[in-house]
Design a protein around this ligand. Structure first.
Ligand code: SF4
Length: 499
């Protein structure tokens, strides 16, 4: 979802990151690939699948594009800016290709899906174009391209989940990892290009997810983030029948109601796995394995999920709940399928069940027809929810979306930007207040590494996903420590370890 693509996992610091898990083995392969990734966490996780497919087929990774035989850019279409950056990089690689005949350049991911003919035929920027559901065919496509043909596979699939491919962890800190649990999206938010570039929603086999998480834990990882465009609609109807009932929900086996009073019937099909159940099963791997998830669509997150979060200490009390607008009229045009009041009821329910839950959101200013009154409603909703974190953007129309076809992008850019600025200023107050409220409190922090600013300090995150920095002492990456917060900045809690 755009939600996902713009949320905490859309890490600006990682855009354009190049991967190479085995760079030191660079001489033991005949051909080397270089892969650069853009966009959301799903795209970065996909690059790990691509690396796995390539390494399995005898290619070696490198972080130096000049020594690569194959250069791939895993792309994002969600915003114009991301596309511009990718285009610029492709032009640079085309220059490099001139100095190294035989080098192949490929585009993967969402832009490949969207701009296949443009890249190949019109601009002649690349040799290989592969959509997000076709990574298994990469070795064949490479062979095809080596013969001088243009190799393309952008077919979207109804069932590809790469469940059996163990992703190669790239540039990992060895403590936290993303695990894809589903692909695609069936929602048709009118501003979003994802349903067209990543296809229909499909859930990965539950057992393969749990096995991947177990392996990560055994390899020393201490946090997994379950990833999907819309994780709460995860549904695996037919897990392995040999499981013998391992997927029985122990937290909430009866009918339950969501916050709107809607009765959720028991699941049909023996052993069907919902997101709540999957979450529970992953949490049960070990109390030392933290579990996060992203992204939740407000219409799909259920009481079952909330109860499961409450039940397991190692499921983090943090929910990314994109709202996009505070105006019911605009929400309807966005096709978000909930109203302002409905969203507020959901937030109230979260706070009722999980009082200390960290909450973040995505917001768009200047969507088609947005009036000053609509904008004020977005601000007042933010005032009500007081998000710990918010990702805010002004609307930019994406080709092929429902909004592009149905509505006029009629809010002047200056107005969109001014509204965005007002929103950012308001959110700054809320996020600082949120940090200040934590001063004096003690948090369990999972240590992720050495602080970028000071080698004598470590950093990690609290349950609520706030970055905490503290003096090194004798703890190390992957340890859990109790930190008493003594002060804060707008983005970081600073504290000392409690022994
Ligand atoms: Fe998210 Fe909506 Fe896009 Fe799906 S269509 S990815 S729910 S923004």
């Amino acid at each position: 979802m755009l939600d996902l693509l713009t949320n905490k996992e859309h890490d600006e610091a990682r855009q354009g990151e190049a991967f190479a898990p085995f760079a030191h083995e660079v001489n033991s392969f005949k051909k080397h690939f270089y892969i650069e990734s853009y966009g959301c966490a799903m795209n970065f996780a996909d690059s790990e699948v691509v690396a796995s497919v390539l390494i399995e087929n005898g290619f070696g990774a490198t972080t130096n594009c000049e020594e690569a035989d194959l250069i791939f850019i895993n792309t994002c279409s969600i915003r114009e800016k991301a596309e511009t950056t990718v285009r610029k990089r492709l032009t640079e690689f085309r220059k490099l290709k001139r100095t190294k005949p035989g080098m192949l350049v490929g585009v993967l991911g969402c832009m490949a899906e969207r701009l296949k003919s443009k890249f190949l035929e019109e601009e002649k920027l690349v040799d290989i174009v592969v959509g997000p559901d076709a990574y298994r065919t990469l070795p064949n496509l490479i062979e095809e391209a080596e013969t001088g043909q243009k190799a393309v596979n952008v077919l979207l699939s109804r069932d590809e989940t790469y469940a059996d491919i163990a992703p190669i962890r790239l540039n990992s800190n060895g403590v936290t990892a993303f695990v894809s649990i589903m692909r695609g999206c069936n929602n048709m938010c009118s501003f979003c290009v994802v349903p067209f570039t990543r296809g229909r929603e499909r859930s990965r086999d539950a057992e393969s997810i749990i096995n991947e998480c177990k392996t990560l834990f055994e390899d020393g990882y201490r946090e997994v983030t379950l990833l999907g465009q819309n994780v709460d609609s995860y549904y695996n109807a037919s897990p392995n029948p040999s499981d013998g009932g391992a997927f029985k929900h122990s937290a909430n086996s009866k009918n339950t109601s969501d916050s709107q009073g809607v009765v959720i019937p028991p699941l049909g099909g023996r052993g069907a796995v919902t997101f709540a159940l999957l979450l529970e099963k992953v949490a049960q791997i070990s109390p030392l394995l933290r579990v996060r998830f992203s992204t939740s669509h407000p219409k799909d997150i259920t009481d079952d999920v909330l109860h499961t979060i409450v039940k397991y200490e190692n499921i983090c009390n943090y929910i990314h709940l994109p709202v996009q607008s505070g105006s019911s009229r605009v929400l309807q045009m966005m096709n978000r399928t909930y109203s302002r009041e409905w969203y507020i009821a959901k937030v109230n329910r979260i706070r009722e069940l999980i009082p200390d839950c960290g909450l973040s959101t995505d917001m768009i200013t200047g969507f088609c027809t947005e009036t000053e009154e609509d904008h004020q409603q977005s601000l007042s909703l933010m005032e009500y929810c007081k998000y710990d974190l918010a990702y805010m953007y002004f609307y930019s129309e994406r080709p092929g979306t429902l909004a592009e076809r149905r509505f006029t992008d009629d809010v002047p850019e200056a107005v969109k930007k001014r509204r965005l600025q007002e929103m950012i200023s308001l959110h700054r107050i809320h996020s600082l207040q949120s940090m200040q409220r934590d001063v004096g409190k003690t948090f369990k922090v999972l240590v992720e590494g050495v602080s970028k600013k000071n080698e004598e300090e470590l950093f990690g995150r609290s349950d609520q996903n706030k970055v905490v920095v503290f003096p090194k002492g004798n703890v190390k990456k992957g340890d859990y420590v109790q930190i008493k917060v003594e002060s804060c900045t707008a983005g970081t809690l600073l504290g000392k370890q409690i022994i």
